[in-house]
Design a binder for this molecule. Structure first.
Ligand code: ADP
Ligand code: ASP
Ligand code: MG
Length: 413
């Protein structure tokens, strides 16, 4: 008898009809002779709706009560697990739902961005042993004081992988609204091609560059514990994509995927004194408020002055701007400029390690469309460019074409 963890995302449980459809899939898996643990997200749009309710209180960003935010946003998953268990029971199978605290999903105390530290397998084992289909609320846990925590947007993916690890599951399936991982977001580029498999490292880069199909931490977890993930659709029986350890065949593609991220904004401080300690002052003032900086560029100094540009999440833009304006005055900088209408496009591929001029091909392809590059960053298997937001979709398509991602590198004519 195999133990299978199935995670269903918001769209897959977005209506009663869809919940019934998923209930049928879960029951079919059980009837094939397996034990099943289903990890669910909130119904589509529910987490956004809850966040918008809180926004209407117009709180000061420095005084957000993140503990209460987690109490609020964790409720979405409570609704979907209860409905799913009831839907399963109406068909005559036994199901039992659990919230994070009921199975001791222990996290650190970083509200809204908590990390899972431990899960108690006992109650889940007992329910499975008693013949129940176990239905668990994704996205949530508790800290050691018993406070409710959540794992960041898309966190149910991480819940599923962590539960699969703890329970030593034979398989971890991530059911979503697309039928696998594509060479780029299939909702942006219709030429996108479904990949049969992708390495953890490439998936990590794609996820951190904006491909929200898997939460980054879920891939980190899967990589650390060597759990293969099967990403597939809850609306079809087609095979999806396996996220796994890299193998030789994956190196054939120079670039495996293109990702885009519109959730960052950039801030530039002009004319700052070029002396030791200035960058530390600027970035610790941002980091102390829990704001995560992504790209950073510092210019060569002229006459003892330099410029510094960096990106922050768009949600933290106004807040970061006010902090940086204060810092600029304190350190005697000239002025601060910001731009919210930017996007980051990235190409990712383990084949890049062994191929020269991948970056220059990317820059030339963008130049041919007259797309100006504002910032560049690279890693061993990734090149990212910040461009004007209005060119995002065009840039994705152009890069997809340039690297012929619609063609399977294994295919020989
Ligand atoms: P769920 O609610 O099931 O967790 P998400 O909305 O979080 O689903 O993630 C699925 C979405 O990820 C897809 O609808 C697609 O628009 C987007 N996506 C971005 N990049 C990719 C990619 N490379 N392959 C597949 N989907 C992608
Ligand atoms: N409901 C949460 C969100 O919308 C978690 C998830 O869907 O994975 O981000
Ligand atoms: Mg998701």
């Amino acid at each position: 008898m195999a133990l299978i963890v199935q995670k269903y995302g918001g769209t897959s449980v977005g209506s009663i009809e869809r919940i019934k459809n998923v209930a049928r899939r879960i029951i079919a898996t059980k009837h094939q002779g397996n034990q099943v643990i289903a990890v669910l997200s909130a119904m589509a749009g529910e987490t956004d709706r809850l966040l918008k309710l809180a926004e209407q209180l117009e709180f000061d960003p420095e005084k957000i009560n993140e503990r209460e935010m987690d109490v609020l946003v964790s409720t979405g998953e409570q609704v979907s697990i209860a409905l799913m268990s009831m839907a399963i029971e109406t068909v005559g199978e036994k199901a039992c739902s659990f919230l994070g605290h009921q199975i001791q999903i222990l996290t650190d105390d970083e509200y809204t961005q908590a990390r899972i530290e431990r899960i108690d397998p006992e109650r889940i084992h007992k329910a499975l042993y008693d013949g129940y289909i176990v239905v668990i609320a994704g996205f949530q846990g508790i800290d050691k004081e018993g406070n409710i925590t959540t794992l960041g947007r898309g966190g149910s993916d991480t819940s599923a992988v962590a539960i699969a690890t703890t329970m030593k599951a034979d398989l971890c399936e991530i059911y979503t609204d697309v039928d696998g991982i594509y060479t780029t977001d299939p909702n942006i580029c219709h030429q996108a091609r479904k990949l049969a498999k992708i390495s953890y490292d490439e998936m990590l880069e794609l996820a951190s560059q904006g491909a929200k199909v898997l939460q980054i931490r879920s891939v980190e977890f899967a990589k650390k514990y060597g759990i293969p993930l099967h990403v597939r659709s809850s609306f079809s029986a087609d095979e999806g994509t396996i996220v796994c350890q890299e193998d030789k065949s994956m190196e054939k593609a120079v670039v495996s995927g293109v990702a885009a991220n519109k959730n960052e904004a950039k801030i530039t401080i002009h004319g700052i004194p070029d002396r030791p300690g200035i960058a530390a002052t600027i970035f610790s003032s941002i980091a102390d408020r829990g704001i995560v900086v992504d790209m950073i560029i510092q210019n060569i100094s002229e006459e003892g002055l330099t410029d510094l540009t960096f990106t922050v999440p768009k949600d933290n833009y106004q807040y970061s701007l006010s902090i940086i304006n204060d810092i600029c005055r304190q350190i005697g900088g000239k002025n601060v400029l910001g731009d919210e209408k930017i996007a980051k496009v990235s190409i990712v591929g383990i084949g890049m390690r062994t191929h020269a001029n991948v970056a220059s091909r990317m820059f030339s392809a963008l130049a041919r469309e007259n797309i100006n590059i504002m910032m560049i960053s690279t890693s061993e298997i990734k090149v990212s460019c910040v461009i004007a937001e209005k060119y995002t979709e065009l840039a994705v398509r152009v890069l997809h074409d340039e690297f012929q991602l619609d063609k399977d590198p294994d295919y020989k004519e």
